[in-house]
Design a protein around this ligand. Structure first.
Ligand code: PLP
Length: 406
């Protein structure tokens, strides 16, 4: 197995188009990634030739679709290193996965006096669901602080880990800062303290090989659309022992064993958590995505992305008036920055004129912006198909920003 960014890039049709008369440079991969030919083709083929509902039909196409759908669960379990396919719940994305855990586990087991610990660099989707369940249960939300570099303060975390802490919810990789967190250590400390660990893998899964058992987490969430797959589908990994104790969070078809007006018996996990007709085609597309991810050397891909990030940071430091936000020692995937003379939205607008898609804003991490005292940042985020030419286009656009705004 090998890895070559330029060859892989050709597998992504949209990347060969021109934007505003310029070559398209896509650096908003932390928001969502583009799709390779095999994923697009799998979706086309499924709709054109194989489409049917799953779990219910006794006819050929439905049986075939059900088999294909459940095979993706097997692949997803392998992809995340789960012990068994039943530990994989199909969800809409990371947001839904985190809400599921907060609502079902948190709603059942949290009570007044308990604490939920989240980190200071969480995406809103790993904050708000916990606030909602804290409001309902009377539990308290506490925050693991971070340093000026954007690294979690581990000593403080250990002090915070008292017996009242029932949940520790942290991101593997920060979308706003690019910080890689020591999730293995965090999960081990949480477990020792008797708390359940929830890892937000929205940014981790696209960039790093994941093994949930090696990581030692209880729950892990990720989104298909951020790792070259279809939108509308994501994965929740939950340790079977925990999933078994959790009640459904939505009721409807497919999540039951039997329904009587007097009493309904729920299906075993994962079906218990998948009410209604699922995202059939996106699951099939995700299967093709997982095959795609298994088709190249992911360790080499990780090294390629790391090199791009280092090269970008080196060149950004040479841009007049530019300040990188988030200087953690272990980073991946994204670099956030501000410039003295231009608002991040102006930076992104000028970059867009040059065909460079950058992100500007709070990146759904307003507490991170508050921590660093900025209203917003510009962010460049990478994928396997980015090259040094993309970095050069970015830096040229930033020099243009300086020419316009200085
Ligand atoms: N967590 C992190 C760290 C993210 O970057 C994102 C999306 O940007 C999410 C969670 C939410 O993912 P989704 O919108 O796919 O549910």
């Amino acid at each position: 197995m090998s890895f070559d960014a330029l060859t892989l890039r050709q597998r992504f049709p949209v990347l060969s188009r021109r934007v505003r008369g310029k070559e398209f440079v896509y650096l908003d991969n932390a928001a969502t990634t583009h799709k390779p030919d095999v994923v697009i083709e799998a979706l086309r083929r499924f709709y054109a030739e194989e489409y049917a509902t799953v779990h219910r039909g006794v006819y050929f196409l439905s049986e075939q679709a059900t088999h294909a759908y459940e095979q993706v669960r097997v692949k997803a379990a392998r992809f995340l290193g789960a012990a068994r396919p039943e530990e994989i719940v199909f969800v809409r994305g990371t947001t839904e996965a985190l809400n599921l855990v907060a609502y079902s586990w948190g709603g059942t087991f949290l009570k007044r006096g308990d604490t939920v610990l989240v980190s200071a660099m969480e995406h809103h989707s790993n904050i708000v669901p916990w606030q909602l369940v804290c409001e309902r249960s009377g539990a308290r939300l506490e925050v693991i602080p971070m340093s000026d570099r954007g690294e979690l303060m581990m000593e403080e975390f250990e002090r915070q880990l008292t017996s009242s802490v029932k949940i520790v919810a942290v991101t593997q990789l920060s979308n706003a800062l690019g910080t890689l967190n020591p999730v293995r250590e965090i999960c081990a400390l949480a477990r020792r303290a008797g708390a359940v660990s929830v890892v937000d893998g929205a940014q981790g899964a696209p960039h790093l090989a994941v093994d949930v058992r090696e990581m030692g987490c209880d729950f892990y969430a990720c989104s298909g659309h951020k790792m070259y797959g279809p939108s509308g589908i994501g994965l929740l990994y939950g340790r079977h022992e925990l999933l078994e104790k959790m009640p459904p969070w939505q009721g409807g078809g497919d999540m039951i064993d039997s329904v009587r007006f007097e009493k309904t018996e729920y299906a075993a996990p994962p079906r218990r958590f998948e009410a209604g007709t699922p995202a059939i085609a996106p699951v099939i597309g995700l299967g093709a995505t997982l095959d795609f991810l298994a088709s190249f050397d992911r360790v080499a891909a990780e090294a390629h992305e790391r090199q791009l990030l280092e090269e970008t940071e080196k060149r950004l430091r040479a841009v007049q008036g530019l300040r990188i936000i988030g200087t953690a020692r272990r980073k991946a995937g994204a670099v956030s920055f501000v410039m003295e003379n231009a608002h991040p939205h102006d930076i992104a607008a000028v970059a867009d004129e040059e065909g460079v898609a950058l992100r500007a804003g709070h990146h759904c991490a307003q507490p991170v912006m508050a921590r660093f005292g900025v209203p917003a940042t510009a962010r460049a985020s990478f994928a396997i198909y980015n090259t040094v030419a993309d970095v050069e286009a970015l830096v040229a656009a930033l020099h243009k920003v300086n020419r316009i705004f200085s």
